[in-house]
Design a protein around this ligand. Structure first.
Ligand SMILES: [Ca+2]
Ligand SMILES: [Ca+2]
Length: 519
């Protein structure tokens, strides 16, 4: 009970620092376990799993959430069949399909004004990739738990609207895809539905329109409270309309600000900036296309992209689901924390737009993605190996323990200005017994601390962080990277969020809330 009270206190303090509604709205009712509980306040949100806090009279308790061991839910809308980079992103998603509960793969309009000038959807391209996945699924399952069956994925391929934009929204415009979105969101489940938009938003907007028409403002709000969106580029040009008509949506928009070059957007960091040798045709042929099973040859070699030094790997849509990937680095409820899907700042209501990181003396929105490219390309490479190699011949991720916590959750610590905080990766190991390299680093853009934060012994398994004297009421984000020396080498992450209190407040012990476990 005491631990749980501490958890809630910590959460309240953190929340108070984020006055914008960063958190997924609390579930108001939860039916599960031995009986049904009703509660009227916020839940603890950890990596997208809301864990109810229950009030009964004067006492507070936390309920062991049956969802705690479940995955994040992911629904994809893709304009596959236009720019071939959606096929690239879909192939990468297949080898990460064990990390999510895939709720939908909706083929939306693939004809783009000025590019493919016809009203068409191409769901057969999704099917082709899922069927190729089906031929390597059992081999993938040797390497990690949780890969879904081929039939599970095939049943979730849905048809969207070949038309796009406001003229295709309203009475008479429901689609297989828009109806599916509603049914997925309506299904009783404590977890939010994470929606990644790789093309246009028309089918999602139709679902929202239909819900509002049938259920009114209260029904719409209940629906909106259950979804989170990452949109690549506002491709139907209706984002402003959506935000006005359906206020309160949790909406991450990856797009350069008005008046800027469109190539400055966060998602372009997938292929622009940083070490571009990792997106070359040669890299792609060796590590993806050749000798990696039936998914490899389906990976398109050319994409619609300029400038792109190689015109090979683009995957402009991949950051949309990287954003939700529970790899220990990110929490999708906090777009300003950053991760493989980039970093974003709140611009009012629940709308988040591109942020910039300074990396290698370059301050750029794309840096928020390309700074991770070495790791995410090596990760993809290893998973493509998993398609064809036996377990003993492939590499697998280091298992990281951070301050005694073996989950992939953020580690929350409270401290006072002037304290020295010991961070420890003691107990971490590698499935292959490989040597591990540790790196602890301060992420200033994700932090609210205005002071420079020094980490002693930052290349050791144990490091010390000195909390600056003027750090009161701020958050300090420390990233732990643990990298093995396999082929390819693989990096695992943890994030430590230190809440620097005012000096007179008493410090509570390290807290973390367990929901994800390393497999
Ligand atoms: Ca696309
Ligand atoms: Ca390893």
């Amino acid at each position: 009970m005491i631990t749980l009270l501490l958890l809630f206190s910590s959460y309240s303090l953190i929340k108070a620092k984020n006055p914008q509604p960063n958190l997924v709205p609390g579930i108001r009712e939860w039916a599960g376990g031995e009986s049904t509980y009703a509660f009227t306040t916020d839940s603890i949100d950890w990596a997208g799993i809301t864990s109810p806090v229950i009030f009964k009279g004067d006492s507070v308790t936390a309920y062991r959430d049956p969802a705690a061991d479940l995955k994040l839910r992911l629904l994809v809308l893709t304009d596959i069949g236009g720019d071939p980079d959606d096929q690239q992103s879909m192939i990468r998603l297949m080898v990460y399909s064990n990390e999510f509960e895939i709720e939908g793969l909706i083929a939306s309009a693939s004809g783009t004004p000025g590019e493919l000038e016809e009203a068409v959807i191409k769901p057969h391209l999704i099917r082709e990739i899922v069927e190729a996945y089906g031929r390597v699924r059992d081999n993938l399952a040797q390497h990690a738990k949780g890969y879904p069956s081929t039939d599970h994925l095939l049943a979730r391929i849905k048809f969207g609207n070949p038309q796009r934009g406001l003229d295709a929204i309203g009475e008479g415009h429901d689609t297989d895809g828009s109806r599916w979105i509603i049914s997925v969101v309506d299904r009783p489940d404590p977890r939010p539905v994470n929606i990644a938009i790789w093309g246009g938003q028309t089918d999602l907007a139709q679902a929202l329109w239909r819900v509002r028409t049938q259920r009114g403002p209260a029904g719409l709000k209940a629906f909106i409270d259950r979804i989170r969106i990452y949109d690549v580029y506002d491709q139907d040009g209706i984002a402003n309309w959506i935000w006005k008509e359906f206020p309160g949506l949790f909406y991450v928009m990856s797009k350069a600000p008005e008046g800027h070059d469109k190539r400055e957007a966060v998602f372009r960091g997938m292929y622009l900036g940083g070490d571009e040798s990792l997106t070359s045709r040669e890299w792609m042929e060796i590590n993806i296309r050749q000798a990696h099973g039936p998914l490899g040859p389906l990976y398109p070699t050319r994409t619609w992209t300029a400038p792109n030094p190689h015109a090979a790997i683009k995957e402009g849509d991949t950051p949309s689901w990287f954003y939700f990937l529970p790899n220990g680095l990110n929490n999708p409820s906090f777009p300003n924390w950053g991760g493989w899907g980039g970093r974003f700042v709140n611009t009012g209501d629940c709308i988040y737009r591109d942020a910039k990181d300074s990396v290698e003396a370059i301050t750029d929105a794309r840096s928020t993605v390309w700074r991770w490219r070495s790791a995410f390309q090596r990760d993809f490479q290893a998973r493509m190996d998993w398609c064809v190699k036996p377990k003993a011949e492939a590499n697998h991720h280091p298992f990281v323990i951070c301050n005694g916590d073996s989950t992939r959750n953020m580690v929350h610590i409270q401290a006072r200005p002037g304290d020295t905080i010991r961070l420890s990766a003691a107990g971490s190991s590698d499935p292959e017994g490989q040597n591990l390299v540790y790196r602890w680093w301060y992420y200033p853009e994700a932090s609210t601390c205005q002071e420079k934060v020094v980490i002693d012994r930052w290349k050791s398994s144990e490091a010390d962080v000195v909390i600056p004297a003027n750090a009161s009421n701020s958050e300090i984000h420390i990233i732990l990277e643990v990298t093995d020396d396999g082929e390819p080498s693989l990096t695992s992450y943890r994030r430590v969020v230190i809440l620097a209190l005012q000096p007179h407040l008493s410090v509570r012990s390290s807290v973390s809330f367990h929901s994800f476990h390393w497999s």
